[in-house]
Design a protein around this ligand. Sequence first.
Ligand SMILES: NC(=O)c1ccc[n+]([C@@H]2O[C@H](COP(=O)([O-])OP(=O)(O)OC[C@H]3O[C@@H](n4cnc5c(N)ncnc54)[C@H](OP(=O)(O)O)[C@@H]3O)[C@@H](O)[C@H]2O)c1
Length: 268
Amino acid sequence: MRASRDGWAVITGASSGIGAAIARGLSRRGGAVVLIGRDGERLAAVADDCRSLGALDVRSVSLDVCSVDAFAAAVRELEAEAPIQTFVACAGLLDGRREGELVETAEVARAVIGTNLTAAIEGVQAVTPGMLARGEGTIVLVASLAAFAPLADAPAYSASKAGLVAYGAALREALADFGVRVTVACPGFVATPMAARHCGARPGEIDAEEAARRILVGVARNRAVTIFPTGIGWLALWSRHVPAALRRLGTKRLRFHVEAPESPPEAS
Ligand SMILES: NC(=O)c1ccc[n+]([C@@H]2O[C@H](COP(=O)([O-])OP(=O)(O)OC[C@H]3O[C@@H](n4cnc5c(N)ncnc54)[C@H](OP(=O)(O)O)[C@@H]3O)[C@@H](O)[C@H]2O)c1
């Protein structure tokens, strides 16, 4: 039970990209990390990195975050050993219109909302009772600048991230007096396998390590919302207040389509 000193940091989407970088960042600080994703092999590789970076303890749990029961069972097992101190909901899916389509299909929209928004909320529901009982905890929701500057080529993705921003703000207020902190992170473009399926310009793209660093700074400062990179972040916020015709002109060169994902890995 090596995690008992500080409790677990549970990170969904830890098999790749930003989630994996957050897990490495917390491991460098000697944290006890729980890596969640579906792809067992990629989780094992990230777990090796975390151990070699000095994590106090590392667990990999292969599950689909859309399976409420599987996630709740994992939370029960972990909490039987040590408290879940931090929950990072980072698992996500970028999808949108394919080349030649005007808008995404209903199937794509359902998958995106289910993974990015519903599963994140259900994850929070599973970890919050323990945090409230102990009077401490940290919840981090990984949203996107698309919450503020909705993407015509990925409407459901934009809605899922705007939903997370609203949910996080409401949750932060609800839990403020009970020792549970909530931060919503809104990155711009980050070079990850997900971004590689975005076929279009990705201005201001940063790497996953820098994104994780910015998120962990936002959490340490207990920010309600942490937005980065700064320049494109301000543009995204400002774009909501300009006339639609001007906004369309400004975003014309940012139009994109999304390549079909490979079939998702099966949780083992
Ligand atoms: N990259 C960007 O430009 C960017 C910008 C803004 C926000 N974000 C957000 O950052 C988060 C991480 O994205 P990323 O760029 O790091 O992408 P990524 O490298 O493709 O990683 C996505 C992660 O989510 C996990 N995942 C997806 N669906 C899952 C499911 N049903 N069950 C369990 N795990 C699932 C994947 O694990 P498995 O495949 O192993 O299941 C993987 O670990 C996402 O929420 C994304 O929306 C990304």
